[in-house]
Each structure stands twice: as structure tokens, then as C-alpha cells.
Design a protein around this ligand. Sequence first.
Ligand SMILES: Cc1cc2nc3c(=O)[nH]c(=O)nc-3n(C[C@H](O)[C@H](O)[C@H](O)COP(=O)(O)OP(=O)(O)OC[C@H]3O[C@@H](n4cnc5c(N)ncnc54)[C@H](O)[C@@H]3O)c2cc1C
Length: 558
Amino acid sequence: MSHPVLFVIDDDAGVVRALRDDLIRRFGEDFRVIGTSSAAAGLATLRELADEHVTVAVLIADHKMREMPGVDFLARAHDMHPRAKRVLLVERDYSVHSPVIQAMMLGQADYHISKPWMLEQDLYRGVGEFLAAWAKDQDADFELFHVIGRLHGRSTNELRELLTRFNVPFHFDSADSAEGRRLLERKGLHASRLPVMIRHDDYTMVDPTPAQIIEAVGGSTRNDVDECDVVIVGAGPAGLTAAVYAASEGLQTVVLEETVSGGQAGSSPMIRNYPGFPHGISGHELTRRACEQAWIFGAHLVFSQPAVGLDLRGDERLVLQADGHQIAARAVIVAPGIAWRRLGVPRLEALVGSGVFYGAAASETQAMEGRDVFVVGAGNSAGQTALHLARRARQVTMVVRGDSLARSMSDYLIREIEATPNLAVYLHTEVVDGHGTDHLDAITLHNRLHNRTEQVPAAALFVLIGGEPRTQWLPDVAQVDCGYILTGRDVVRDGVHPSRWPLDRAPFPLETSIPGVFAAGDARYRSIKRVASAVGDGATAVRLVHEYLAAMTQTKVR
Ligand SMILES: Cc1cc2nc3c(=O)[nH]c(=O)nc-3n(C[C@H](O)[C@H](O)[C@H](O)COP(=O)(O)OP(=O)(O)OC[C@H]3O[C@@H](n4cnc5c(N)ncnc54)[C@H](O)[C@@H]3O)c2cc1C
């Protein structure tokens, strides 16, 4: 098999030669580096490569070529090699006039390289990053698991989502395929109990529970700690950040997570506004790193183990786990985020996991290749999901109840949506019904403006219409607006409920109506609903836990 290609084009043959030589020196063992200074010849070469099924990993094009602007070249090259990462080569110009800004905003490039480049800091680090992102989209050459299941089965989808969230490489075979049948037969198993997971060491699980899967990939689902300094509930950005800070600052820390780490952010295909990642970072990658960081600092991470209750015993806060275990903590940080609001259409609810998905369902993107899919919602999360799907799907349609996206979506996303040819937006429209027996086949749309109803074929429907806080298990903590947790001044605000707060001192800023219990992230009343603000809350909550514990110690000394 021929090596994947790194492709370089610039009018200036000297630049092409220099870039080509530099790339060969570092990446030449594993990649073929092709360079040209003619757009027509470059496109012809790329066409030949596509016809010969040679993979192009990275396309690097100078932005101001005479024959054709770099973004246009990248667009045409990308049509032939849709999985290649697009890199714009530009002069160093950190003003607002740099072509990089518009190209990134409109989704015409994934990255940029500035000329002249420094070898280690710019070129090799950058191209290494592009290649890592490219490799993630490829079929893995190492699989930890073989999964055999029904292509559209709900449990198969749940399993795939879990493995994707846990960053576990796997290969999927439909139980109807020759390979699927062969594997089942080899194991003496029957297709009546699916999915089946076969680990690389042949350890096999039939219709496994989430906890069994997590244990099989090395995660913990049981907590053996009875007492600790702080329990953190939820391993989204807020909870993970709290875990990093608490564990690194010497607090014995237990994190309880209902599913796997990442939270909503973990399902976000590309977070563009998190500081420090100018080309964006997948939410999954960001939260995976935070999770590993918390673990390395010594936090106990317990997955598939929701907190189901909170009690008080003197100064101790007792957190009850779903398995009946109870942890006594000196303080608690609650960061359970929000759950997606449901559409409430019975026939669609019956197909959840079988073509209907709440949230971005990162694991499903590959399966959408060449299909017609719909995204319901008008917020940033819906916009990002639609853009991500448009890279694979034949046509993506956003279904929006209101009269514009501008009310709820960031400007950069709106511009990118407008510039994406296979992405349409239906305004004034609602999804009112779904069709399909085992899997979604079609949906019914209702245009409220023209009072028109039509049924359209749909391979999948992704619903991202906002959410409600996951705080029902905390009945004694003061909440407003369907469960958002009151903290700090809001707990004692205007003396509306003075009985909520039992102490003489005022609550600390993120403290809830129960002293020593803090709230962080999206579930907190007046939260900003951004990754960075959840991260900020998580870090702040730990600082406040220290203050709370110090105040407790002083009270005891007195
Ligand atoms: C598709 C998508 C794209 C987004 N894109 C962006 C973006 O580009 N930029 C940006 O800034 N923001 C973005 N957001 C918003 C951002 O992800 C959220 O604001 C952020 O994740 C909130 O973090 P959190 O930790 O408060 O809650 P969550 O991320 O919701 O995490 C909460 C965690 O708590 C767990 N949990 C809940 N209840 C319990 C319980 N009882 N016991 C144990 N665990 C529990 C949940 O399983 C979950 O893992 C996006 C959101 C989505 C869905």
C-alpha cells in the first residue's frame, strides 16, 4: 500500500522545494511528500491520486497564488480528498486583514502555517498536530475491541458512543455481515443476544452493561473510599477542573460520574472558543486530557456511578451513590450540568438511539456518509453539530422554530453555515412526527409561517434544543427555574427565603443553600454555559472549598 500524501503548493518553486525538503526530513518515512507550483498540475495530480485511491492526509496551499487563490484550490482539492486536513500557507501578518481569519471563520481551512517557518516550533509541531487530527478520522489500524451488533440497534449505538467517549479504538461488524457471522460462530454465540464485544486478548462480553464496558477498558466503576476531603459530582469541564485543582492542591478527591467523563463538552466536535487552541480542539480531546490530568494528580475517578442523594451528619456531607455506597466528605462540589430537553414526539422518542439522537452523538458522524440528516436547534451546539455532520453527510438541514439564527448563535458559526453548500436552514419549522420501525426513515416537518406540513426522508435526526439542569436528586438544595442551583448572594437575595441559609456568615460565592456544598458549571443559576466558564467555576469552587474548610477549623479552635 502506498504511503499517505502530504501535498504542498505555492507559486514560488523555492518555497515548495524548501517546504518539501523540510517535511521529508521529519515525515518522509511514513508519508510521501508531493510539491508543485502549478495549480492546474496540482489538481491533476490530486485527481490521479484520488482515482488510484491514494490517501491525502494534508493539503498545504499558499493563499495568494496567481492561478487560483489558496482557499479555492483547497476547496477543489478537498472535494477529491474530503478527509485531508486543509492548511493555508500565509505571510506572517497578525493584523485583522490576514486571510487566515476569514478562511477559518468560513470553514475554508482547518489550520494555517506562516512563512517563513521555524522548523521545530512552527512546522513540525503544527504538521504533527494536523496529522494527529487526520489520523483520528481514519479507520484505526489497531482495534482494542471488535463489536458485533445490529447496525441500527439502540444498544449498539449506546455501546459505540461509550467506546468513542472513552477513546477506545474498535471495529464494528454488523451481525448480518459475513465477518460478523464468522466471529459469532467462532465464539459459539448466537445473533439473538447482541451486541457482542471481543477484546484484543479474546475476552468476550455479550450484551454488556456500561459498567462492564468501562471496567473492560480500564476505568473504575466502584468506589472504595468511605471518607475524603471533597466529593465532586459530574465529570464535565466543571467537575474535571475541580478535580484537577482539588487533587493537585492536596485534597483527597473522589469524582462520581453517571456515565463517562466529558459531559456535554465531550460530545462537541470542535470547540473553537476555548483559549489556547487557535485552530480549535475537539471537546472530547479537551476533556480527555483534563480527565487524565485529574487522574495523574491522584483524584479517584468513578464512572457509571451517579450520585443519587445528599445528606448531612454534623460537619460531614454524605453523598449517596447509586450502588448504595455512601461517602462522607468535608465538602462537596456539584457539577451535574444539564440534560437535553426532549422533543416530546412519541414516535421519535421510540427511535432514540436508532436514528434519533439527543446531543451531538460524536460516534455517529462516520455513519452519516452520503446521507440526508437533520439537526433541530438554533444554538451554538446545534450549529457546530450541523457543520461537523456536513463534512460527511450528503445534505444537512437545520430545523429552526424561530425566524433567524442570529438570536442564539455566534456570528462565526452563522457565517460558516452560510458558506457550507450542503447545509440548509429551514426557519419557522418544527419536527412534528417521525417514521420508521427499527430505524428512523423519515420525519414530518411543519412550517408555521405557511402552515404547510411535509414528510421528508431522514437517515438521522440530531436534537439540540437546550436543556434542564440535572439536579432532581438534590431536593434540599435551593433551586429555581426548573432546577438551576442558587449559589452565593442568590441564596439569601432580598431575604426572600432567609430560612434557606442557616449560618451567620454570608454564603461563599459558589456555595449553595447547604454550607460546604458548592455548585459549578451549567447547572448553576446564572451560569454562562460555556466550557471556559464551567472550567472557571470548577477552579473557583476548589479555592472556596479551602476557605470553607479553613473557616470550619477556626470555628472549632474558638
Ligand atoms: C454539542 C455541544 C457543543 C458545544 N460547544 C461549545 C463550544 O464550542 N464552546 C463552549 O464554550 N461551550 C460549548 N458547549 C457548552 C459546554 O459544553 C457546556 O457549557 C459545558 O460542558 C458545561 O460543563 P459542566 O461541567 O457544567 O456540565 P456538563 O458538561 O453537562 O457535564 C456534567 C457531567 O455531570 C454528569 N452527571 C450529571 N448528573 C450526575 C449525577 N447525579 N451523578 C454523577 N454525575 C452526574 C453528566 O453525566 C456529565 O458528564 C457545547 C455543548 C454541546 C452539547
